[in-house]
Design a protein around this ligand. Sequence first.
Ligand code: NAD
Length: 334
Amino acid sequence: MTYSNTDFNNKTILITGGAGFIGSNLAFYFQDNYPDSRVVVFDCFRSEVTFANGNLQSFGHYKNLIDFTGDVVCGNINSKPDLALLDDYKFDYMFHQAAISDTRVYDQEIVMQTNVNSFYDLLNKAKNDDAVMVYASSAATYGSLPSPQTVGIENPENPYGFSKYMMDQIAYRYSRENPDMTIVGLKFFNVYGPREYYKAKTSSMVIQLGHQILDGKAPKLFEGSDQILRDFINIEDVIQANIKACNPKQNGTYNVGTSNPRSFQDIADILQHELGTDLGTDYIPNPYDGYQMHTQADISTTQTNLGFEPVVSLEVGIKAYIPDIKRLHGTDIS
Ligand SMILES: NC(=O)c1ccc[n+]([C@@H]2O[C@H](COP(=O)([O-])OP(=O)(O)OC[C@H]3O[C@@H](n4cnc5c(N)ncnc54)[C@H](O)[C@@H]3O)[C@@H](O)[C@H]2O)c1
């Protein structure tokens, strides 16, 4: 299934972070639908290095790319010599997904270096190549602002959210200075779906709760989880947004959510329904101050300017995901 009339055949496409969750799904979208496209994945892949919070520095995993037939360039976006490896290519499209995607990394230096500095280099590469640049921003740019979250009213509350906010500011300025370029930022809300497993503790609650249930345990939720709502968006709709962002002359940043927030309790209940269990819920106190209680993407400009229309409901998305959740249950994550 394709999401636009743009023909990506005979185009050269860069996907930074292509060994990660969203990037690898994008890589397969092009491979499956445009067999004559040339897809280049650039990713540092995971090493054993962890942050102070115990999580890995990068989550790119070769298992996300099994059956991928394009080019893979292993490199770090923080390294100019690594980025220079991309000079062997002239890109038509660049999908910039590589980042420290872990919102709970508080080392500001490494977050800013990785997420922001590299963006200048990649924008310059896009300009030189005359490539369309679609990059991943985030709903974290909104911090705990009340719903609906609307582009242009941001208030990041952690280094990650700030880094994505700065990318948006850089993109606006770069767009103004280079009016011929197409530069689109996508503020993803809570994405879930296949190929997220290797994000471990930072993967969505859909797969984490699914695996708890498959362990025979009641899903663990914060007290009051029926009142904690998020805008969960399926990976298929995220791919749709990336593809529709390639239509020229829609520069700007856009929310990518469903605008239909659902509770964590809903996720647990849908999973139990699909898995045929009745384990109840294990409620635990919420340890976080200032925990975001409600997100809801205002997607009006995404709909109007990009023609984006989310189609996958939480029920449909989880049902389709169940075989993968089962397949991965208990498998080695290293
Ligand atoms: N998944 C979500 O819910 C969500 C929500 C909002 C924004 N985003 C953004 O979308 C993008 C993709 O997210 P994801 O969920 O696929 O995360 P992910 O962690 O699975 O993917 C990021 C990829 O970038 C790679 N990477 C990290 N640092 C790198 C570096 N220095 N050099 C080269 N590669 C590096 C990782 O190895 C990984 O493969 C990220 O920019 C993330 O911030 C994701």
